[in-house]
Design a protein around this ligand. Sequence first.
Ligand code: NAP
Length: 293
Amino acid sequence: MILNMIFDGKKLAEEVKASLRDRIAELGKQYGRVPCLSVLLVGDDYGSQRYVASCEKNAALIGMTCRVVRMAGDSSENDVLRTVETLNSDSTVDGILIQMPLPKQVSQAKVVATLNPAKDVDGVTDTNVAQLWKQKRSDYARFCVPCTPRSAMRILEAAGVNPDGCNAVVVGRSNIVGLPVTKLLMNQNATVTVAHSHTKDLPALLRSADIIVAAIGQPKFITAEMVSEGAVIVDVGINSDPDTGKMCGDVDFEHVADKCSLITPVPGGVGPLTICSLMENTIDCFLRQKQAN
Ligand code: NAP
C-alpha cells in the first residue's frame, strides 16, 4: 500500500469529468441527443441548493443536460408526487435526482416509491436497493448504486487499495451511504463490520480495521487514538467545524493523516467525486433505456 497518501479527489474528479465530456459528445453523435438529468428540489434547504448548483455547473462543463425543477417548500405531497410522475414519463429525461431532505409534509417513502427505478440515479428505489444486495458483483452498468458509495469505491480503486481480504469498518448505517458502501466492500471480498451509535468500544473496533469508511455526520469524531498505523480512511462526513466554522469531515484529519496509508480530506476528497458518480449514473440510465427500446 502507498504510505501517507492524502487523496486528491478534486484532481481525480477533473480527470473523470474530462473523460465524461468526450463520452457525452460521442453519445450525442450516436443517439442524436445527450443524456439528461433532472433534479427535483423542493424548498430552499441551504445544503441542497449548493449541491444542485454544483450539479448544474458540472453538467454544463461536461455537456450533459441538467434540468432543475424547483418547487416551493410548502408544496403539497400530491403536487410533488405528480411532478415525479411527469418526470418519469418524460422520454427526454434519463435520470431523476430527488434532492433530500424533502419538507416535512412530503413523505420521502412515497416519493421514492413513485420514482421510476430506471431513472433512479441515486439508487434509492426498492428495485435498485434489492439489486445491490442480491448481486455479488458491483456491476454499475446494470443498476444504479448510490453516488457517494460509488465514489468511495472509486477512490480505493484509483489509489490501488484492494479490499480483498481486508478488515473494513464502516461507521454509519444509513441507506444512502453506510449500508450501500458496506455491500460494495463485501462485493470486493472485504470482511466488513458496520458500526453505529450503539456499537460498544468503537475505538477498539476501529483499531482492528485496515479500511475505515466514516459516514457519521459528527465533526472530527474519529481521532488518532482510534486508528492503527497504515489504515486507509475514506471520510464521507460533511460537517461544520465547531471551532472554525469551516467544512470538516468525521475524521480529525490534522492528527490522523500522519498515521494513515491513505486518507481523503474534507473538502476535496469524496465530495467532488460524488457529482461525477451522479453524471455516470445518468449516462448508465440513458444507455440502459436506449438499449431497452
Ligand atoms: P445519517 O443518516 O445521519 O447516518 C449517520 C450514521 O452515523 C448513523 O447510522 C448513526 O448511527 C451513526 N452515528 C452517529 N453518531 C455515532 C456515534 N457517536 N458513533 C457511531 N456511529 C454514530 O447520515 P448520512 O446521510 O449517512 O451521512 C453521513 C455523513 O456523510 C454526513 O456528514 C453527511 O453530510 C455526509 N454525506 C456526504 C456525502 C458526500 O458526497 N461526501 C454524501 C452523503 C452524505 P445510528 O444508526 O445508530 O443512529
